[in-house]
Design a protein around this ligand. Sequence first.
Ligand code: AHG
Ligand code: MN
Ligand code: MN
Length: 334
Amino acid sequence: MQDLKGITFDEYVILRQKDFPSAQGDLSKLLRDIALASKVINREVNKAGLVDILGMTGVRNVQGEEVQKLDEYANEQMIKYLKAGGQCCAMGSEEEEDFIIVTDEHAQEAHYVVLFDPLDGSSNIDVNASIGTIFSIYKRVSTGIPTIHDILQAGKHQVAAGYVIYGSSTMMVYTTGNGVNGFTLDPTIGEFCLSHPNIQTAANGKIYSINEGETNNWPQYVRDYVSYCKENVKDENRPYSHRYIGSMVADLHRNLIKGGIFIYPPTTKAPKGKLRLLYECNPMAFLVEQAGGKATDGLNRIMDIEPTELHQRVPVYIGSKNMVEKLEAFKAAE
Ligand code: AHG
Ligand code: MN
Ligand code: MN
């Protein structure tokens, strides 16, 4: 394929549409709507440090406006741009208890539903660490007024998924099921430009990411696997390095690029794990599988799980294929 590095996200999705004639034009429009929302969110994320100067969240700023929490702001922007774009008939968000039906005139003709975590890792905002927006796109399965069945689809039916990371630079990483591509926002022109074509994750990584403070609350097989990660076995590159930001987007982005495993197991406090199937684990599983990695709940492929509720939680073991399989072997030996 010709070297497309540097081309803009908008140009890229239009070009790829020609490569895959089955992809419908309105999917590329939908992806561009999400990119636009994320640029608006990015602008506000970049100002987050100024909140201390302009006023804390929840109080009025000098203009007499309520200073909004960033995750609420991000949620509003996603909803606003998805509604305005006209390609989305229903959506589900971490910040909304129920799914949202778009009631605009032509919404029922729109083909897609979008599930999203508008701001992931939001506890990191105060300390300038990376945060992100995660999205997952499906084709609707009903006709007429969208129903919960459009929302509760297994991850294997996703037509696209991705995240935007607001980090030392802002990047959008997405897949439509034909590999994973990463675009870095060039703030001078306000465009995402292709910087990481065809991202592949190593089969054997050297990083494990888990909240180690919870060690005493993990199942035994997770403790055993983490002890294995720490063993001195030079030939196998062990001990691995432990890296954990506490922001799924940032932890998984690093592991995708460098190779590694991200673990959020069941704990005694959270027996089903903490992370959400529909707008955290499924989109990340789609990306990681497309990059050659693996994502399971210890028994099942994440993308095979039939969801029963919008905010369902699931344990997740995701990343470099051989590392995930090693952890599964520890579970099987239990
Ligand atoms: P959110 O900010 O959307 O609520 O998500 C936070 C999540 C996820 O980003 C991260 O991996 C995890 O919480 C960290 O949880 P612990 O603090 O329990 O490790
Ligand atoms: Mn989250
Ligand atoms: Mn969130």
